[in-house]
Design a protein around this ligand. Structure first.
Ligand SMILES: [Zn+2]
Length: 129
């Protein structure tokens, strides 16, 4: 038997963003950026529809949930990076919780998984179990 990944953890299916839907969300938020709360000049500034709580972090994709709204495009790179690291972290926590350990290479000396423990003075001692 093998462990198989059939579904991603905690993600929400993404609905299509249409111009009509974007307009509706723009009007719901009166053109105010959901990330910095400053008005967006739609004619001169690039903007996109932001999921305030990212889908990959379990955020809603419903227009009425308040999770979606217009945001300046220049926030996107920073927000995406933040969302991804948060998603990766919570994914690791879930995996640990259900007993999946992900390890690259041998355990680090001094880490909890290693039979060796590093003492305060820097010397290594065998961990007694
Ligand atoms: Zn903004």
């Amino acid at each position: 038997m093998a462990f198989r990944i059939c579904e991603d953890v905690g993600t929400t299916p993404r609905r299509k963003m249409t111009p009509r839907r974007a307009l509706k969300l723009w009007e719901m938020h009166k053109g105010i950026c959901v990330l910095c709360h400053q008005p967006i000049d739609g004619a001169r500034e690039d903007w996109f529809v932001e999921h305030i709580q990212a889908l990959e972090n379990g955020g809603s994709d419903e227009d009425e949930s308040g999770n979606l709204g217009p945001a300046h495009l220049w926030h996107k790179a920073a927000k995406d990076a933040q969302d991804h690291s948060l998603a990766a972290r919570s994914k690791r926590q879930k995996q640990r919780h259900i007993g999946i350990k992900q390890r690259k290479g041998p355990p680090m000396v001094g880490s909890k998984d290693s039979p060796w423990k590093r003492r305060m003075d820097g010397t290594l001692v065998r961990r007694s179990k």
